[in-house]
Structures are given as C-alpha cells and as structure tokens.
Unconditional design. Structure first.
Lengths: 312, 270, 217
C-alpha cells in the first residue's frame, strides 16, 4: 500500500516541429515509507516524472502507460477527482519557494487555503500551523503567520512552504530541487528540514535533485536518471556507483576533482536503437550501439548497463 | 478557437481591403449616380441592397464606403505611432530631464478626454481629410508615447542591454538593434487596436459633419444621411453600420490573435 | 595588470563595498569569494565601468579607469570583459545567436576572422548549428559557451568570471572550467573568478580573496 508504480509510462511533448520524449518506457516502483531521491542533470526528465505523478503536466504533454497508487490507476482519473484525491494524499514543495507563495497574502491565509480540504475551523488551523512552524524551528510562529512572504528569507520561505505542504498530513511529500539556488549554509538547514519530516508522521518522500551530496545524506534509496530513463537505482548508488554515467557524474563534482565527462546528452528528440549513454561512454562495446540495455541486478543495485548483464 | 477567429479576421480584412481597392471594378453603379425612379427601393433585382433617399445604389456606396475611412484611419494611426514611439523611446531610453519634459507633455495630452479633444481640434481646423488626420494624430500620439516608454523602460533593465555597453555598442545601435526589435511585437499589437479606435473616431466625426464630407460615399456619411429615414427604412442604417462593425471587430480580433502569436516565442518547452 | 585601491561604494545608506584593495597580476586566476549580498557583482560592475564608485582607483595600464569619461573609456573597454552567471539573459532574445556573437566585433571595428570563430566553436565542442538558433532554443551549457566565445573574439586581456557555472550542471561545469583554464594558459590571460563555491575555487584559481562584510580579508 502507498507505493507509486509506473507501468510502461511515457511522456512526450509534441510541438509542430519536434517530439520531445521526456520520460521513456518507465517501469518503476517508488516505495512508500522511504525517502527516495531521483538524481539527474537538467533535461533528464526527473521533474517531468514527478509532475506526472501529481497530475501537473501542461496540457500539451502526452502520456501513455499507467501510474498506480493504492491499486488505482491515477492517470485514468478525471482531473477534478484526481486533484481532490491527490490533494489529501500528496504534498508538493516546488522548486522556487519565493514564487510558490502568493506574494500578496499573509502566511496565515496561505495555511487556511491549503487546509481547506481537511479542516474548516480557523482556530484549529491556527493552532495546528503554529505547532508545525514551531517544530520547523520558528521561535515566534505567531509573528510568522502575520508576515508576507517577502518579509522572510529564502530559507524561511522554504520552511514555511514545507509547513504548508505537511499541514494537511499527506502520506507523500514531493520536493522538486529543494536546494537549487540556496547558499551553502541554508542547504544544511534544508537537509535537516527534510530529515525532520519523519517526526511529523510523513515517512514517504520523493526528492528530485541534481545535488549529489544532498541526495547522499538524505535518501534511503537513490535513482539516477539520464535522458528519460533510470540508469541506476539502489541504496548505495552514490557511494558505490556502477553505471559509467553515475561514475562520471560523481567524478565531475569539485570535491572529487572535477574530472571531465566528455560529450553531450543525447537530445530527447532523438530515438536510437542502442544505449542512450553510449556516445559518451568509455566502456562502449559493439553491443551498446545495437541493443538497448535493461536494468540488471548487481549486488544491491539495478544498473542499466551491459557490463552488469550476467545473462540471466 | 482564438486561432480560427484570428485567421478568419485576417481573411475578412483582406476581403475588405480588396473590395475597397477594386471598388470601381466591383461596384454595379457609380456610387453617386441617382436613380430618381427608384428612391428608397428596398432590396430589388437591380439594387441588391436597395437605394437611399436620393436613389443612389446602397451596395455600390457600401463598397466605396470603406475607402476613405480605412485610408485615413491607417494613415493617421501610422503617423501617431511614429511620432509617439519616437518620443517614447527617447524619453524611456535616455531618461533624466528629457524624459521629464516629454512625459509632462504627454501627460497634458492624455489628461484631455480623447473623443472630446478630437472633436474640438477637428472643429477648430474645420472639415476635410487633411484636418481629420491632423486631429486624430494630435489627440492620439501621446497614448503611444506612454506605452512605448513603459516598454522601453522594461527592456532597458534587461541584462543584455547592459551587456551591450561593455561589448561596445553605441546608444543608437542599442536602440535600433536591441530595443526596437524587442518592443516591436507590442507596438504592432497596439497599432492594430489603435487603428480600430481611429476608425471609430472617424465614423463619429463624420457623423457629426466634421470628417468625410457628403456626397463622398462613406459608411459614416451614409449613417448620417440615413438619420431622417431610418425608422421606416432601417436598412439605410443597418447596412453601413454593419460594415463598420465587421471591420472594427476584425481588426480587434486580429490584435488579440497577434498577441497570442507573439506570446508563443516566449513560451518554453519543459 | 590591474590595481584596485581604496574602493568604496554605497547604495543609499547601505555600504556595499568598503575599502577594497587588490592587485591582479598578469596571467593569474584570482578568485574573489563571498556570500550572496557581499558585493561581488557590484565590484565587477565597477571594474567594467558600468557604475562609478564613491571613492577609490582602478589603475589599468597606468590610467585610472574611474575618472575616465565615456569616450576615453572606450579604448579600454574591449580589454576587460565579463562572463556572467546567467548568460541566457545576456543575449538579445530576438536575435539569432550567430549575429549576437559577432556583433561586438563591429562595435569595436574589428574584422571577423572566420577561422578563429570556427576554431573556438570546435574548441568548445559546439555544433555550428547553434549559431542559427535563438537564445531560448539552446541549453544553458551551450549559451554559456557562446557567451565565452563572444568575449574571447574581442581578445580581452582580463576576463571577469562572475559565477559562470553556478546555474549549470556539475558535469557541464567541469567541461567549461576546463576549457577556460586551457585558454587562460594558452593566451596568458588574467581572470577574476567570482564564486561562492570554495571547492571549485580551490581547484581553479591561483589566489583567493575573501569578500566579507563588504571588506576583503
């Protein structure tokens, strides 16, 4: 119960000139009661994947395949039903806290709005929001409620946004690039914040990020995404990378010496027969051009690379 | 939906333009020919849209009737756009005292209610096409100036304009190659809506006897001519009124459509 | 190469820069680090001559740039260029990238050397097709490479790198910093590298200045 299961799921963005395939043949289970991280670089499809769970894709996105949640195919639900249903079950913390909070409303109002589905009594809401804000480290929560977003710092805004997301006690929290554009010291607070979610009874979290250190310190399970596909997933992917892309990606970190991974990601408009990383890969063989690798089990990971195909 | 309407409006406007240009070929009669036997004939074989109190063929007059209005409207709007945009660009780009000076002048012009202002100028200058254009330009350039100035202020703050400074561009080339192309979409949208408004003003002024003069066949003149008879012969007012209505509606729809087209460029995938 | 002394700048009551002193030697990469709001961007704008400081000198080739008028400054403008952190907003959205890249050459009445442009495009591992695109049609990494090419065509002596990779993926960051370093060595240029990422700074630069509370330490 509570797992999110993708079955042959695809997302295309069709324009007059081209067909951008953002998510390709996704077969995946994101387990509940865990903090899962989807790690990847811009354009790999990680945000599109999370938006498709939430039903927030733009109208011109075309999807095929299914996403199951609690044995229900949520892609088959009508928009209104889905919104209502998912509003209770899923909380979303978007990329840019300052843009996701309404600039002309006090924080108090924004709490009311988000709790509208579950709680009508304003005194109750106020009590609850004060409790949450206190837990999140605000010393004077009552004062925060009476402030406008611009009166808060970036880190505070993120905490408020998180508070609003968890106030309706969802089962899942989705966070899109929570550390993007934050200063180094605020990043640390952000990590603490996400670790704290468990104490609010929310133990299923999906974090989308490009920040390897952040994912490594936070997540129970990490999935690495590249060019619309999961290339590697497991519990110690970032400590013990196996896929050539994951290795290259980690080695390009400044703390690992900024080694260069040559080449450019295949365009999402391009379809090829073989492995989508082959054009940049140092371990490329003939097979990589001819055949598309599946996810192979290796130690405690699953890796999309023929190096780990033991011919099962 | 907007797309279909937008394309439809372009087709309609092209038809109106072609009809006006080739009026002498299309129209069945001379617009000023008086068929004395068939006055106020109603819709007949010979006169498809009937005749007016002097026996002139309504269809021919409607075909000719767009000519002067459209020409005057487009010309006047283009002139006020040029003057207004020039002023707006200068005042927005250079700022300072020049900006204050130009802004106060535009404020004075803007403070006067436009219709009354146009009528007053047209009244002082007297009737006639040249004066009509002059009146329209004087009363409407300030609107362009204000909007263009605001657009320039917005674009001027963009980092790529600042970048051109250390990349060595002169003020003139910044204005010509970077400011104008980036505010052009908005100017064009503004232009279409303003042409619509000018046509309306021309119709009103002509109706008041300050614009196009009879016996010139013009939609607004036709409406004016029909004042005494329209209760018994409503088609006298409906036919030219409908022509004005369709033209202005199409122009405004086109403006909306252009806004959508120009928006697409800023829309990004993913 | 360039000597900055006693630089002060305030906006209103807020002191952004307070008595900044440093010298950039020829052929070195000097890093200036500091948190957001410590005045890094203001400092680079002053060196570029976009804003005037309240006090202080910037000596370049024996001339104090601060006191130069617009016309006299033009002579030195080409020598000092900047790469910013958000290159897509530094290209005119209505102009094709190819035209944007060569436009500054015309401004300084320099001839376009097709070979040189081709070499740079190759060196930066770009596809020539990007020149025919508009800024919103290319990736962040590509447009950053183009903005560096645009600056390098002018053959500047000093390049200010204002967090040039903070918006980019780390694998792209590694690629771009690598090319920048190679070019710096090849052409014996001087870089001022502005950053908040200490790890990158340590790998990339020769010397580090820390800008804190609007002072260098």
């Amino acid at each position: 119960m509570g797992d999110i299961i993708f079955e042959d799921f695809n997302v295309n963005f069709e324009t007059r000139k081209q067909n951008v395939k953002s998510v390709r043949d996704m077969n995946l289970t994101i387990k509940s009661h865990k903090i899962t991280g989807i790690v990847g670089e811009s354009g790999c499809g990680k945000s599109v994947l999370s938006l498709s769970i939430l039903g927030l894709l733009p109208d011109y996105a075309k999807t095929s395949g299914n996403i199951y949640y609690d044995n229900k195919d949520i892609t088959a639900l009508a928009n209104r039903v889905r919104e209502k249903y998912l509003g209770r079950e899923f909380g979303y913390i978007s990329q840019n806290p300052s843009e996701s909070l309404s600039p002309i409303r006090k924080i108090r109002k924004q709490f009311y709005e988000s709790l509208d589905l579950v709680e009508k009594n304003k005194a109750e809401i106020e009590k609850k929001s004060i409790e949450i804000l206190k837990e999140l480290g605000f010393e004077k929560p009552l004062e925060v409620l009476d402030k406008y977003p611009f009166q808060l710092s970036g880190g505070q805004q993120q905490r408020v946004l998180t508070g609003i997301a968890i106030s309706s006690s969802p089962r899942w929290i989705f966070a899109d690039e929570p550390t993007k554009g934050l200063d180094e010291n605020i990043k640390k607070d952000s990590l603490e914040l996400f670790k704290k979610l468990r104490s609010f009874g929310i133990d299923s979290t999906l974090v989308i990020t490009h920040d390897i250190d952040f994912a490594k310190n936070l997540c129970d399970e990490v999935m690495v995404m590249y060019s619309g596909q999961i290339v590697e997933m497991g519990i110690d992917v970032l400590d013990n990378p196996k896929h050539p892309y994951t290795k290259g990606f980690i080695e390009s970190m400044p703390s690992k010496g900024m080694k260069i991974m040559e080449g450019k990601t295949l365009s999402p408009t391009e379809d090829i027969r073989g492995c989508r990383f082959a054009n940049r890969c140092g371990c490329k063989t003939k097979r990589c051009d001819l055949e598309s690798p599946k996810l192979y089990n290796y130690e405690n990971s699953q890796v999309r690379c023929f190096l780990y195909d033991k011919g099962e | 939906m907007n797309k279909i309407l937008g394309k439809l409006s372009i087709i309609v406007l092209i038809i109106i333009l072609l009809v006006s240009i080739f009026a002498n070929i299309i129209s069945p009669y001379d617009p000023n020919f008086q068929d004395k036997e068939n006055r106020l004939s109603g819709f007949t074989q010979e006169h498809k849209l009937g005749t007016d109190p002097l026996g002139r063929d309504m269809l021919s007059r409607v075909i000719y009737g767009g000519r002067s209005s459209i020409l005057i409207g487009v010309l006047a709007t283009l002139v006020s756009m040029t003057i207004g945009s020039g002023m707006g660009i200068i005042s927005g780009y250079f700022g300072g005292r020049l900006d204050k000076f130009i802004t106060s002048i535009t404020n004075i012009f803007q403070a006067l209610p436009q219709m009354a202002f146009t009528i007053a100028i047209a009244g002082v200058l007297g009737p006639g096409i040249k004066n009509l254009i002059l009146a329209l330009v004087i009363s409407s350039w300030a609107g362009f100036s204000r909007i263009v100035r605001a657009e320039v202020l917005k674009v001027k703050e963009e980092p790529y304009i600042e970048a051109m400074v250390y990349l060595g561009s002169s003020d003139l080339s910044i204005i010509l190659f970077h400011i104008i192309p980036n505010i052009m979409p908005n100017i064009i949208i503004l232009l279409t809506t303003r042409i619509g408004r000018s046509l309306l003003s021309i119709a009103a002024l002509s109706f008041l006897g300050l614009g196009v003069q009879p016996p010139n066949p013009d939609w607004s003149v036709m409406i004016n001519d029909a004042r005494l008879y329209y209760r018994s012969y409503p088609y006298l007012i409906v036919v030219p009124g409908f022509s004005i209505f369709i033209t202005i509606l199409s122009i405004n729809t086109l403006g909306d459509y252009l806004r959508d087209i120009f928006d697409i460029r800023s829309e990004e995938i993913i | 190469m360039i000597k900055v002394s006693n630089l002060d700048k305030s906006f209103g009551d807020k002191k952004i820069l307070n008595d900044i002193n440093f010298t950039l030697k020829s052929g070195e990469i000097l890093s200036i680090v500091g948190d957001s709001g410590s005045g890094k961007t203001t400092l680079s704008k002053i060196i570029l001559g976009l804003i005037k400081p309240d006090r202080g000198q910037i000596i370049y080739e024996g001339v104090d740039l601060v006191n130069l008028g617009k016309k006299d400054f033009k002579k030195y403008r080409k020598d000092i260029q900047i790469i910013s952190q958000n290159p897509s907003s530094f290209f005119d959205p209505s102009m094709k990238l190819g035209r944007s890249v060569i436009e500054p050459l015309k401004n300084f009445k320099l001839k376009l050397d097709d070979e040189k442009l081709k070499d740079l495009i190759e060196e930066f591992k770009l596809d020539e097709k990007v020149l025919a695109r508009y800024p919103h049609q290319v990736s962040g990494g590509e447009i950053q490479r183009l903005s560096i090419i645009r600056a390098l065509l002018l053959e500047p002596k000093i390049l200010i790198l204002d967090e040039p990779t903070s918006m980019l993926d780390i694998s792209v960051q590694a690629q771009i910093l690598d090319i920048l370093k190679r070019i710096q060595v090849d052409k014996n240029m001087s870089y001022i590298f502005i950053s908040h990422d200490m790890e990158v700074v340590e790998i990339f630069s020769d010397r580090v200045l820390n800008l804190k509370n609007s002072k260098l330490i």
